[in-house]
Design a protein around this ligand. Structure first.
Ligand SMILES: Cc1cc2nc3c(=O)[nH]c(=O)nc-3n(C[C@H](O)[C@H](O)[C@H](O)COP(=O)(O)OP(=O)(O)OC[C@H]3O[C@@H](n4cnc5c(N)ncnc54)[C@H](O)[C@@H]3O)c2cc1C
Ligand SMILES: NC(=O)c1ccc[n+]([C@@H]2O[C@H](COP(=O)([O-])OP(=O)(O)OC[C@H]3O[C@@H](n4cnc5c(N)ncnc54)[C@H](OP(=O)(O)O)[C@@H]3O)[C@@H](O)[C@H]2O)c1
Length: 450
């Protein structure tokens, strides 16, 4: 069996599944999984909401993969800064990029840059304790608009509405708990630009919105439009039916008088963030369904007074050094995972998987099928290459470590992450919590060092 060495850039679920499938399918494969963070798991650690411990259980399976003999985790190594494509080509037989997405998509409306207008991804990074975002977050606003009707909008609205003490049992960092305790929000308004059958929430996440006794969910009747196409979607798709049913229940329910409310407004598209030097409102245009799931503006506007706006209109991947990038789709162009250069030709031994391949939609489980496709391409190409260049020796695995050390890069190893992981769990146990995340990068590195 030919020995091959593969680099995976990005230790989120997509990269870990790629390493998993590759080592399962090729007994001679060894994989180095790099991440710019000192920690593995990508958005499972820094995206999935802290009050979703059941989903975070997926970490156990991802841990088992990274724990394998033929897989190494090398954290705190940033592709494009600490390593370039040429370095990877010199040390590995193939490279798989799985760098995901971390930034907010732009929303080009007047006032979007006003103080008090935030990207959901930035807020998520803050409450998830990401080391590269500021330690504190402004939470003085009483009324808040959340633009977008996907699951990230739900996460953001729930995190803004739930009393901070309901988060205490989770893994949140201390600075996050302190910040949330000062939260003044009473009314969070989610604005969906389409109707109840077109929103992108998933049923379980929507149902969960009402789990806090301290929060009322209010669905507003204006814009609760169900046309023929919506009716068809409801009868043909169980998820849509469950969601519309849940929305209807909220629409018909009497508010309990809870101190905080999450409002859901349908068929209202954002037009402008209002304010003079600070967010003071959101202007939306009422929309009407056009019979095919899309909407048109009606020319009727609504101004909602709010002191903060969060846009949750999707994530965005970043361009990677030395790789082509499709700026419109926000992905690395590829054919079944093979990165395509500007002429549409496959770049040798260079692959992509996960959100940076497919775009920032889909659940953790979907990254497994992404990885399966990419690994199949890689292994198929390798067979070809083998015919052309039999007998090539794999690179010495220590060489890349020497290369990084010579550049002054402090690599977090799997054992190092184990130390940080155990430290966070111990902090949590002492305080009767699941875990307390360590946030400053320097502190993470110090603890990992042992
Ligand atoms: C807020 C939020 C909540 C979510 N909640 C859920 C949920 O509850 N359930 C669910 O199933 N799905 C959820 N998802 C979706 C899920 O997180 C994604 O499907 C999945 O994480 C995508 O995996 P990925 O590996 O492609 O990207 P990521 O998880 O983003 O991983 C990419 C990794 O690459 C690293 N990286 C980036 N650039 C570089 C570089 N230059 N050099 C080295 N490393 C780099 C990053 O640090 C990161 O660790 C959520 C998504 C978001 C945004
Ligand atoms: N708990 C979970 O399972 C969980 C949690 C978080 C995220 N996720 C997953 O992660 C992925 C990303 O989630 P996401 O919420 O970022 O993206 P998403 O599901 O694509 O939702 C984006 C929302 O933004 C709206 N939008 C986009 N552009 C807009 C504009 N210009 N004006 C107004 N609204 C606009 C979209 O409306 P249109 O539909 O009209 O375009 C949609 O409602 C999804 O697959 C999601 O399911 C899962």
């Amino acid at each position: 069996m030919k020995q091959i060495r593969v680099a995976v850039i990005g230790a989120g679920p997509a990269g870990i599944y790629a390493a998993d499938i590759l080592t399962e399918q090729h007994d001679g494969a060894s994989v180095d999984v790099f991440d710019r963070l000192p920690t593995p798991y990508g958005l499972v650690r820094y995206g999935v909401a802290p009050d979703h411990p059941r989903i975070k259980e997926i970490v156990k399976a991802l841990h088992r993969v990274l724990d394998r003999d033929r897989i190494r985790f090398l954290g705190n190594v940033e592709y494009g800064v600490d390593l370039k494509l040429a370095d990877l080509q010199a040390h590995y037989d193939a490279v798989i990029f799985s760098t995901g997405a971390m930034a907010d998509r732009d929303l080009d409306i007047p006032g979007i840059d006003l103080p008090g207008s935030h990207g959901a991804a930035d807020f998520v990074s803050w409450y998830a304790g990401h080391p590269d975002v500021p330690d504190s977050w402004p939470l003085e606003a009483r009324e808040i608009a959340v633009i977008g009707a996907g699951n990230v909008a739900l996460d953001v609205a729930r995190m803004l509405a739930k009393p901070s003490d309901e988060q205490l049992g989770t893994e949140i960092a201390d600075n996050v708990h302190r910040g949330l305790a000062l939260n003044q929000a009473t009314d969070i308004h989610i604005f969906a630009r389409r109707g109840p059958a077109q929103i992108k929430f998933t049923p379980m996440e929507l149902r969960e919105l009402s789990h806090s006794p301290e929060v009322d969910v209010v669905v507003h009747p204006e814009g609760f439009e169900i046309d023929e196409a919506s009716q068809h979607a409801i009868s043909s798709n169980k998820g849509t039916r469950l969601m519309v049913d849940t929305l209807l229940k909220h629409l018909e329910a009497e508010p309990t008088g809870a101190a905080r409310r999450i409002h859901i407004h349908l068929c209202q598209a954002p037009v402008a963030v209002l304010g003079n030097g600070q967010v003071q409102g959101l202007r939306t245009e009422k929309t009407a369904l056009q019979g095919d799931g899309t909407v048109r503006g009606t020319g009727e506007y609504v101004d909602t007074p709010v002191q903060a706006v969060y846009r949750a209109v999707g994530y965005r991947s970043s361009q990677l050094v030395d790789l082509p990038f499709d700026h419109t789709a926000g992905v690395v162009p590829h054919d079944a995972g093979r990165v395509l250069d500007l002429d549409g030709e496959a770049m040798p031994s260079t692959y992509v998987t996960g959100w940076v391949k497919r775009g920032p939609v889909g659940l953790i489980g979907h990254t497994k099928s992404d990885a399966a496709e990419t690994v199949a391409s890689l292994l198929a190409d390798l067979d070809l290459d083998l015919d052309q260049a039999p007998g090539t020796e794999p690179a010495d695995p220590d060489r890349i470590l020497i290369h990084l050390a010579e550049r002054g890069v402090e690599v977090t190893t799997w054992e190092g992450w184990g130390r940080l992981d155990a430290h966070e769990v111990a902090l949590g146990t002492a305080a009767g919590r699941q875990r307390i995340k360590v946030v400053p990068r320097e502190e993470m590195l110090r603890i990992s060092r042992g």
